[in-house]
Design a protein around this ligand. Structure first.
Ligand code: KG4
Ligand code: ZN
Length: 333
C-alpha cells in the first residue's frame, strides 16, 4: 500500500499531507500572516517562513495520520509553478527526506493538482471534463482528458480572477488577502446595485485588468462626491464586483461546455471557495443539465492533499524523478 508524504510550498502556505492508498489521512496547512502588513505576498519573506514551518508541518501531518516516518513509501512535492524561493524550500525538503529514507520522488504540477483535488473524495468527475481553475495567479478553462492529460483551452490575458478580487479589496481599503473579505461582505449586499463592464475577449480567454480600472474610477468618482461612499455601500460594492467576476468566468465556461459538448463541469483553485461563484455555478449547472463538481473548502485554496492525490496517481504510473530535480517558477500543464 503506497503511503505518500506530500509537500506544497508554491506561494505563502506551507502544507504537508499524508495519503495512504489514495485516501487522505492528514492535510496540515500553516498560513503565513506576515504578508498582511505589506498588502500582498513578499517572496523573500515567504521563503523564510516556509523554512520555519516546513518541519513542524510535516511532523504534524505524520502525527495526525498516525504514520511513522519509516512507513512513508514515496515523497511528492510541488515543482511549480510558483515563487522560486518558496518552491525551493519544499523541493529541498522533499529531496532531503527522500535521500535520507531512500524513497522515490514524485514531482507535481501545482495547477494539475488543483484539478486533481476532485479525485480526493466522492463523487468524482468522469473524463473528459472541463475544469475552471481560478486562483491568485491563474485563471484557466482546462479540458481534462485524463489524470495527466490536460489542455488549457482558455486563460487570462492579464490579471487572474483572484488578483481581481485582491486588487478590488485593496481599492476598498480592505486587508490582504481580500478575496475572502469580498465574499463575506457580498453576502449582505445587493449584487445588482452597481453594473461593471463585461470585457469582450474572443474565444475562451479572459481579461480582468479593464474591470479593475473601471472599479478604481467608479470608486474615485463616487468618493469625490461622498467621502463616506465606501463605508456606506461596502456590502453592495462587494456583491456587485463578485457577481461581475462570477459572470465573466461562468459565461466563458458555458460557451466552452457548449462547444465541447461536455456536461461534467468542475471548479478548482482558491477563488472556487467564493460563495457567489459556487452558487452561480450550481444554478447554471441546474439550468443546463451539468454534473457540477466543487471541492470542499479545505481543498480549494493551496493544500498538500491535492499534491498527495496527484502524487498517488503518478506513483501508480511509476513516474518518478531523480535527485537532480529543480523547482520551476513557470511550469505548463
Ligand atoms: O489557489 P490559491 O490558494 O493560491 C494560488 O495558487 O494563487 O488562491 C488564492 C486566491 C487569492 O486571490 C484569494 O483572495 C482567493 O484565492 N480567494 C477567494 C476566496 N478565498 C480565497 N476569492 C474569493 N472568495 C473567497 N472566499
Ligand atoms: Zn494554488
Amino acid at each position: 500500500m503506497p503511503v505518500i508524504l506530500a509537500i506544497e510550498s508554491s506561494c505563502d502556505d506551507t502544507s504537508a499531507a499524508i495519503c495512504a492508498d489514495g485516501v487522505i489521512l492528514s492535510n496540515v496547512i500553516a498560513n503565513q500572516t506576515i504578508h498582511q502588513a505589506y498588502g500582498g505576498v513578499v517572496p523573500e519573506l515567504a521563503s523564510r517562513v516556509h523554512q520555519q514551518n516546513i518541519v513542524p508541518a510535516v511532523q504534524q501531518a505524520l502525527l495526525a495520520a498516525k504514520v511513522s516516518k519509516n512507513d512513508v513509501t514515496a515523497v511528492a512535492f510541488t515543482r511549480g509553478p510558483g515563487l522560486l524561493g518558496s518552491l525551493l524550500v519544499g523541493v529541498s525538503f522533499a529531496k532531503a527526506f527522500a535521500l535520507a529514507k531512500n524513497l522515490p520522488l514524485i514531482e507535481v504540477n501545482h495547477m494539475q493538482a488543483h484539478v486533481l483535488a476532485h479525485f480526493i473524495g466522492d463523487p468524482k468527475p468522469s473524463f473528459p471534463f472541463l475544469c475552471l481553475t481560478v486562483s491568485g495567479g491563474h485563471t484557466q478553462i482546462v479540458l481534462v482528458k485524463d489524470y495527466f492529460d490536460m489542455q488549457v483551452i482558455g486563460q487570462t490575458t492579464d490579471d487572474a480572477a483572484g488578483e481581481a478580487m485582491d486588487k478590488t479589496s485593496k481599492i476598498l481599503g480592505l486587508p490582504y488577502p481580500g478575496g475572502p473579505l469580498i465574499d463575506k461582505h457580498a453576502r449582505s449586499g445587493n449584487p445588482d446595485a452597481y453594473k461593471f463592464p463585461e470585457p469582450q475577449i474572443p474565444g475562451f480567454d479572459f481579461s480582468f485588468s479593464g474591470l479593475k480600472t473601471s472599479i478604481l474610477y467608479f470608486i474615485q468618482n463616487n468618493v469625490k462626491l461622498n467621502p463616506n461612499f465606501i463605508e456606506e455601500n461596502l456590502n453592495d460594492i462587494c456583491a456587485s464586483v463578485e457577481k461581475r467576476i462570477a459572470t465573466i468566468l461562468l459565461n466563458k465556461l458555458k460557451r466552452a461546455a457548449d462547444e465541447y459538448g461536455i456536461k461534467d463541469i468542475a471548479l478548482a483553485g482558491g477563488v472556487s471557495a467564493n460563495t457567489g461563484l459556487r452558487e452561480s455555478l450550481l444554478a447554471m449547472g441546474n439550468k443546463n443539465g451539468w454534473n457540477c463538481f466543487i471541492p470542499k473548502l479545505e481543498y480549494c485554496t493551496d493544500n498538500a492533499a491535492m499534491i498527495a492525490i496527484a502524487g498517488y496517481h503518478k506513483y501508480l504510473k511509476g513516474e518518478f524523478v531523480g535527485q537532480d530535480v529543480a523547482p520551476l517558477a513557470r511550469m505548463p500543464l
